[in-house]
Write a protein that binds this ligand. Structure first.
Ligand code: MLT
Length: 200
């Protein structure tokens, strides 16, 4: 997997950057730097290609996910992150996911379905992938999720389902919702920054 590591102040948790469909390891660097200038960044490129567009797991069509591939890719992504954490001497358990769209979706899946993964996530425009098999408590987890009321990619009910799953498992959940589409807005980024500042 191609990746990028940018070292900053090691007293801060590392942000794990997971891009949207068609992005790469560089896509979220500027955004992450503006949200948390002191945090080191570990960015990983999705290794599934959809007609040349990088993703983290396969899908058959918009909103129709390959759930078998999702599990395989989730395991491989976590393994890769563990190896990179060791290589760069990073505290993996303290990492904060910063994911957008497809990257937010696999980030949420790791938090919900892999007990030994991540406890904090900043998830821009995620949705439920419809596969919930675990019940371990998320009472130590904190998650921030944004939703665009005019988003043609994320149906309202799949966003609501994702929020409900986090809440049902006792995670501390913050939702930012606005009449926006799938792109990021300035107000959304300000809200995300505030949440991140309180966390770090
Ligand atoms: C996905 O496939 O994960 C979602 O549809 C978001 C996206 O289009 O990347």
């Amino acid at each position: 997997m191609s990746h990028l590591f940018i070292e900053k102040d090691r007293r801060y948790p590392t942000l794990l950057l997971l891009h949207g469909t068609g992005g790469d390891e560089h896509s979220l660097v500027e955004l992450a730097t503006s949200l948390a200038p002191n945090a080191s960044l570990l960015a990983i490129r999705g290794k599934v290609s959809e007609g040349g567009a990088n993703r983290y797991f396969r899908r058959f069509a918009e909103g129709q996910f390959d759930l078998v591939d999702l599990e395989k890719q989730s395991d491989e992504l976590l393994k890769e992150i563990n190896e990179l954490a060791e290589k760069y001497q990073l505290d993996r358990s303290e990492m904060i996911i910063l994911g957008y769209s497809n990257g937010a979706n696999i980030g949420a899946h790791l938090m919900l379905e892999r007990a030994d993964s991540f406890r904090r996530g900043l998830l821009f425009h995620p949705m439920s992938l419809g596969k919930h098999t675990q019940q371990f408590s998320l009472s130590e987890s904190k998650v921030w999720l944004s939703y665009g009321e005019l988003d043609p990619i994320v149906p309202q009910e799949t966003f609501a389902e994702l929020v409900q799953v986090f809440e049902a498992r006792a995670a501390a959940v913050s939702v930012y919702q606005a009449p926006m589409s799938h792109g990021l807005t300035r107000d959304e980024l300000l809200a995300a920054q505030k949440w991140l500042e309180e966390l770090m």
